[in-house]
Design a protein around this ligand. Structure first.
Ligand code: F0G
Length: 462
């Protein structure tokens, strides 16, 4: 008997959502009207939406069933206890504060822990994380391992923090100015790359030495723990849930956007083992989100998350999830498209600086490629480069460019099938063949912080 090797979608489809095919001429008009910013498009005008894997997943029949059980009591809802039990079972933290999404957890954490003049180290801050740190007056410092900045170099744990750089930073600024250390798993802005258990332990050891708390940005924890099982010695026989339990045992708390590995469309939480901190965080939660047993979430969403957190750790789900992202990456690479290697968990990142080498970073090659993906195939991706992380000098008008010019194609969970992905590959192959005809863009309007959401662009003079 020939063994079956095809990894299939481990689900069948019960409810479908039509997607609309438009013409290139229509898309040209839509993109122009959107100021060349795909965040400004109507979703109906997008065919394959790979803008984000956040809140865009499909819920299971079990999650929809749980929705009906939602207890919408203002205080003491049974849904909260089921949610908090599910979180404690995996993450192990004593205090669990539900928030409406990840950035609300970040805002509460940083506004409670940080003040002006302080420094927060992270392997790489996500955009909202950085903005929330900076909003307190503190400085957000990224210290990924050097491999993280070399897109084509394969390395199994490119999400790792540079531990020597962490020690050097502590020596330079002094421990008193560092309110917490953070690790983002997987490292989204750095290519969806995992952090190894060894790295978490090494960072913990440095934190212990300097009595610093360690928090984890846990958005894609299940994908990260799957990579540990696949790639790190000693974990091949351990369940992903047990790997997660070990990983979080090294941390003092976490922020979580349940819109990713919670398999829900909205929700998140902040968790901590620090009783005093939890009290202060709860005060802010009540002030800005809601009563502690629902915070920023409806009872029904607490229920769906409790189920999602279990489903996301299932072996067949994670195997399919990681294989389908790798499939897209493998086919891009085979077509010659330079991508961040190896493929990340939730997305493929194209190295736009390498692919569109004729467009200098200040002319936004990533944003140009994002536009072309939409024009050619109705595909929506996102730039993770100078538009997202650069800054315009207010005096000279010069762009301070980002370390890398990436374009991310993020895979919503359980939404698209293999033929959708084959279509994306075909569109990309065509763009790649005529890449030299693509020209750069300039920013004509922007607002801070997080300018990429609303900025407007125009074609730049060659
Ligand atoms: N941290 C990471 C690593 C993230 O990727 C995100 C969101 C957040 C925090 C904030 O969570 O959106 O629920 O407030 N990332 C999405 C993305 C938006 O497209 O990567 P949120």
């Amino acid at each position: 008997m020939t063994p079956v090797t095809t990894i299939i979608e481990p689900f069948r489809i019960k409810s479908v959502e039509p997607i609309r095919i438009t013409t290139r001429a229509q898309r040209e008009a839509f993109l122009k009207a959107a100021g060349y910013n795909v965040f400004m498009l109507r979703a109906d005008d997008v065919l394959i939406d790979l803008l984000t894997d956040s809140g865009t997943g499909a819920m299971s029949a079990q999650q929809w069933a749980a929705i009906m059980r939602g207890d919408e009591s203002y205080a003491g809802a049974s849904s909260y206890y089921r949610f908090a039990d599910a979180v404690r079972d995996i993450f192990g933290f004593r205090h669990v504060l539900p928030t409406h999404q990840g950035r609300a957890a970040e805002r509460i954490l940083f506004s409670t822990m940080c003040t002006s003049g302080e420094v927060v180290p992270n392997n790489t801050h996500f955009d909202t994380t950085r903005a929330n740190v900076e909003n307190t007056g503190a400085e957000a410092v990224d210290i990924p391992v050097p491999q993280a900045r070399r897109p084509s170099e394969p390395y199994p744990f490119k999400g790792n923090m540079d531990v020597a750089a962490l020690e050097a930073l502590i020596a330079e600024v002094g421990r008193d100015r560092i309110p917490l250390v953070m690790l983002t798993i997987t490292n989204n802005s750095g290519g969806g790359q995992p952090v190894s258990m060894a790295n978490v332990k090494a960072v913990r050891a440095v934190c212990d030495l300097h009595r610093l708390p360690l928090y984890i940005d846990a958005c894609r924890f299940a994908e990260n723990c799957w990579f540990i099982r696949e790639r790190e010695a000693g974990y091949a026989e351990t369940s992903v849930a047990d790997i997660a339990r070990e990983l979080f045992s090294y941390a003092d708390g976490c922020t979580m956007s349940a819109k990713k590995d919670g398999l829900v469309n909205i929700g998140g939480f902040l968790a901590t083992n620090d009783d005093g901190l939890a009290k202060r965080e709860t005060d802010t939660l009540i002030l800005t989100e809601g009563f502690p047993t629902y915070g920023g979430m409806a009872g029904r969403d607490l229920e769906a998350t409790a189920v999602g957190l279990k489903e996301v750790l299932e072996h067949d789900y994670l195997r399919y999830r990681i294989a389908s992202t790798a499939y897209l990456g493998r086919h891009f690479a085979a077509a010659g498209v330079p991508i961040v290697q190896p493929p990340g968990g939730h997305a493929i990142y194209i190295d736009a600086a390498a692919m569109l080498a004729h467009i200098p970073p200040r002319m936004l090659p990533g944003q140009a490629l994002v536009g072309e993906l939409y024009l050619q195939g109705g595909i929506r991706a996102v730039e993770i480069g100078t538009v997202m992380f650069g800054k315009t000098d207010p005096q000279t008008g010069e762009e301070r460019t980002a370390a890398m010019e990436l374009v991310r194609l993020a895979m919503p969970r359980r939404v698209y099938t293999q033929s959708h992905v084959d279509y994306v590959v075909e569109v990309m192959r065509d763009i790649y063949a005529r890449r030299e005809s693509i020209s750069g863009l300039k920013i004509v309007w922007q607002s801070q912080p997080l300018r990429h959401f609303t900025a407007r662009f125009a074609p730049a003079a060659p």
